[in-house]
Design a binder for this molecule. Structure first.
Ligand code: DLL
Length: 432
């Protein structure tokens, strides 16, 4: 089943032509009316008239996350405030978040993208969709919510947490599809077992829309065998809008809908565009964005393009499962955490010295982050109570800032390792 068969199955040549036309118009507009893009293109010695074919897009300069930070909050927006109807915020590396703005049109194509994606995995208006991504500044909850409503499904906006209650509702309301992170889905499975609920026997759950953090084929198998459901990979980033693109029922790559995004894969070192099949860093140009355009934006996710036709009949290019990032972002329980955010937070606390170590591990199915922190000599106390108070205070600040629970282990001055070259402050035991 297709949601928008004309667009989803448009012949490839036509799609490419349409992409070229969209990019040409976009670049002309930005050069003409947007200072940032105008300056960026001038500095790269590129004029919109140089873009004579789709492959000429590679002549355009890259855009980086840092550009969004430098222009925080709204300097990159290309519409007046009256046209902006929504903000989402994603956390940033230096303490400065990234703000994404949406016009009505942006919300519309975002929902449309999700409606196509959900239809492509076999969902329809008879589904009851439990959205267990976080609602709020994170794009996961509201994104999946509006996609579900667009196809006419009944949406249960349960958000994250309160797992037992979520399971009760899943049973009582006959939930057929769930959208959440892979680690949360596994956790839900474990809690259900403890409650004596057998997902296969006691619920109507058939599908899961799983993403927002890297996950593997073996995790998919584990989930599917355990719960008797099908788990589909869903991808997107807040800068692009939020969750948007999924696998189809073939489950061999994520369809990157061609009227919405133009995808390039580059060598992260040289910036050179790679061939389909070659693994590299994804670069996106968004074709429909109104409030907050993105041209050749370096997402940093590592993947490759699958060049073969998909048996489902959809003609958009697919990307392989994201295997990681070309930078150092950690994803803890579906929330992005950069080591530099941890450092930033620690450095606001006067008692903390300048040595710390981040340890990430998986306990059961949940990620656990521990930060070992050296305390300044003068702040150290023999009184256990004082130390516990300080530890709790740092944990509180971390939670406030990073939005996740972090365990703090206080260390004596001089206790943590020193480095002669580059410091290694992150031990990610999940990938060891
Ligand atoms: O995570 C949007 C989203 C919400 C996607 C719900 C899917 C489901 P951000 O918080 O900006 O947006 O984080 C985006 O998360 O660059 C990837 O590194 C990672 N990511 C997202 N989906 C996947 C996935 C949302 N399916 C960053 N596989 C991206 C691997 C993923 N990594």
């Amino acid at each position: 089943m297709y949601w928008d068969p004309k667009m989803e199955c448009m012949p490839k040549e036509e799609l490419k032509k349409m992409q070229y036309e969209s990019i040409k118009k976009l670049v002309n507009n930005l050069y003409e009316f947007n200072q940032f893009y105008h300056d960026r293109m001038k500095a790269a010695n590129i004029h919109p008239s140089d873009i004579k074919s789709l492959s000429d897009v590679s002549k355009l300069p890259f855009m980086y996350k840092q550009d969004l930070r430098d222009n925080y909050p709204t300097k990159m927006f290309t519409v007046p405030n009256e046209k902006v109807v929504r903000y989402h915020v994603s956390s940033g590396t230096t303490g400065k978040p990234t703000l994404v703005g949406y016009t009505r049109g942006d919300l519309d194509y975002w929902s449309e993208a999700l409606a196509r994606s959900m239809t492509s995995i076999g969902m329809n208006s008879s589904d009851t969709l439990q959205v267990s991504y976080g609602y709020g500044l994170f794009t996961g909850g509201l994104g999946a919510h509006y996609g579900g409503e667009r196809i006419g499904a009944t949406v249960l906006p349960s958000g994250t947490g309160g797992t037992e209650r979520q399971i009760e509702l899943m049973v009582d309301l006959g939930v057929t599809a769930i959208a959440c992170t892979p680690s949360y889905l596994i956790h839900i499975g474990e809690v259900a077992k403890k409650m004596g609920v057998d997902i296969r026997r006691d619920t109507k759950l058939k599908r899961a829309l799983v993403g927002a953090e890297p996950w593997t084929e073996s995790m998919r198998q584990h989930i599917e065998e355990d719960m008797g459901i099908k788990a589909y990979d869903i991808y997107g980033t807040s800068e692009m809008a939020g969750p948007m693109f999924t696998e189809c029922e073939e489950r061999n790559g994520i369809h990157m809908q061609s009227d919405i995004v133009y995808v390039e894969i580059i060598d992260p070192e040289t910036g050179e565009v790679l061939e389909p099949g070659q693994k590299g860093e994804m670069v996106v140009t968004m074709l429909k964005k109104e409030a907050f355009p993105l041209v050749r934006y370096r997402i940093k996710d590592i993947t490759s393009i699958i060049d073969e036709d998909c048996p489902c009949g959809r003609t958009s290019p697919r990307i392989k499962r994201i295997t990681g990032r070309s930078d150092d972002m950690l994803i803890i329980r579906g929330i992005n955490v950069f080591p530099s955010q941890v450092e930033y937070t620690l450095m606001q606390i006067p008692q903390v010295g300048n040595q710390y170590m981040i340890i990430v591990e998986r306990e059961g199915s949940l990620d656990k982050m521990t930060v070992q922190v050296e305390i300044k000599e003068e702040s150290f106390s023999d009184k256990l109570d004082d130390m516990i108070k300080l530890q709790k205070y740092i944990e509180y600040e971390m939670k406030k800032y990073l939005n996740i629970a972090v365990n703090i282990e206080l260390k004596n001055p001089g206790e943590l390792p020193r480095f002669e070259g580059k410091a290694k402050r992150v031990i990610d035991k999940r990938v060891m």
